[in-house]
Design a protein around this ligand. Structure first.
Ligand SMILES: [Zn+2]
Length: 423
């Protein structure tokens, strides 16, 4: 018998469920896709940062996922992702997760020992010069100097990924979890040439990664659209995909290795590019969405009116008065224009319709307000502090909230990315 290796299939959707109440509604979106003939595997991701802010444990994510899968009779694979973990934070995720996102962003740029850099450059003469990639017109060209600079920049970080990978492997056993390496939460984008060098280093480190999350150029703010040049993004993504295929062959990385797009929710203007690249190269993608399900909870509560609407307004008022504190941990991934934020008393007078149309991400709706949306996106701590009062209202309004959660994931994310339908 060959060893069993957990394998992530071609299409997968990372989904976040801050309060562990929407797993069923999220899974429903994957079921709808399956009815349309496309298998999209759900991965429930939650970072240490989120667990800490909310005061939850990875066990609750696992229990909610298992319960949803059982209730809806889902027969395909599903996973729980320890998102953005390091050697310091991995322990609490060990038992309940089977997908680990090894975050090395903080170590990029830390100096590796000079001997390690020299050894890497010597081991990889194939990385300097002109590298022809299949399926794209432009080759990648890396000079000897550029290779050394990249090794200086990334080797220590990949070494850290190796450390945390081996720690998980020792605890869970080889093949019993899916490793991803992420480097998206950093200030500088990685080029396709960087990606190729990084993949060579990951292979040297012996990490059988199945997904990799580079930082792409352009802004990937939380819960709002992409800011940047969509055509440039498409060109870069095509080169990244070609670089991955090259690295799989050259370095023996897992054949299903694919890109993971972090902060992937609501990036409507690049979904056509992502879909086009997947079609052109016949590859899949892992689309990692996160905190926007929490916004659908607020939308559902506001839509319900009465106590639900009152609580949604209260969350906004609180978030507004703690704006700086709430935004601080997310400073690099949000862009709020304070002048666009309505006052608490103005929002106090809003109808359900006014609240939901300001929050719901429908770009062509003139009432849509992306600053309002981003503030509430990071404002989940306010609801976490409300504790049972918030959860009771979620439970009392389950139907109307679930509908919003499913429609958001299916219509606005799955349909344009995986089916190529314009939203
Ligand atoms: Zn990320």
């Amino acid at each position: 018998m060959a060893d069993r290796v957990l394998t992530l299939s071609k299409y997968s959707l990372g989904t976040g469920d801050r309060f562990a109440h929407q797993a069923k509604a999220q899974l429903q979106a994957c079921i709808q896709a399956l009815h349309e003939g496309v298998e999209i595997v759900p991965v429930w991701n939650k970072s240490n940062r989120e667990h800490t802010i909310i005061g939850s444990e990875p066990r609750s994510t696992r229990q909610a996922a298992d319960a949803a899968v059982k209730a809806l009779n889902w027969k395909l694979a599903y996973f729980c992702d320890a998102d953005h973990i390091t050697t310091q934070t991995v322990d609490r995720f060990m038992n309940d997760c089977d997908f680990f996102t090894l975050d090395v962003a903080d170590f990029i740029g830390q100096a590796a020992p000079q001997e390690a850099i020299e050894a890497f450059v010597k081991r990889h003469p194939e990385l300097s010069g002109k590298i022809t990639l299949q399926g794209v017109d432009e080759p990648i060209t890396i000079s000897a100097e550029e290779l050394r600079v990249a090794a200086q920049k990334f080797l220590a970080a990949i070494g850290k990924a190796g450390e945390v990978y081996r720690k998980i492997e020792a605890a869970k056993g080889k093949g019993n979890f899916i490793p991803e390496v992420s480097m998206d939460e950093t200030d500088r984008a990685q080029s396709p040439a960087d990606l190729l060098i990084i993949l060579a280093a990951i292979a040297d480190e012996g990490i059988p990664i199945q997904t990799i999350a580079p930082k792409f150029s352009g802004r990937f703010n939380k819960g709002v659209d992409y800011v940047g040049d969509a055509a440039q993004f498409e060109r870069e993504m095509a080169l990244d995909i070609a670089a991955i295929a090259h690295a799989v062959k050259q370095y023996g990385l897992p054949a299903n290795l694919k890109l993971s797009v972090h902060s992937g929710s609501d990036k409507f203007s690049i979904y056509p590019a992502i879909h086009a690249c997947m079609k052109r190269f016949n590859v899949g993608v892992h689309l990692k969405t996160a905190g926007t399900t929490w916004l659908e909870e607020l939308i559902g509560l506001a839509e319900a009116g009465g106590e639900g609407l009152a609580l949604a307004k209260e969350v906004y008022a609180e978030a507004l008065s703690h704006r700086e504190e709430l935004c601080a941990p997310y400073a690099t991934v949000i862009d709020i224009n304070p002048a666009r934020l309505p006052s608490a008393s103005e929002v106090q007078g809003w109808s359900s319709e006014q609240y939901t149309s300001a929050l719901r991400h429908i770009e062509k709706d003139p009432a849509y307000n992306d600053s309002f949306r981003q503030l509430l996106h990071v404002g989940f701590k306010v609801a976490a502090k409300m504790g049972r009062r918030y959860l009771d209202l979620l439970e009392a309004n389950e139907g109307i909230i679930a509908k919003n959660v499913t429609v958001n994931l299916y219509e606005r994310h799955i349909a344009p990315v995986f089916f190529g339908r314009s939203a």
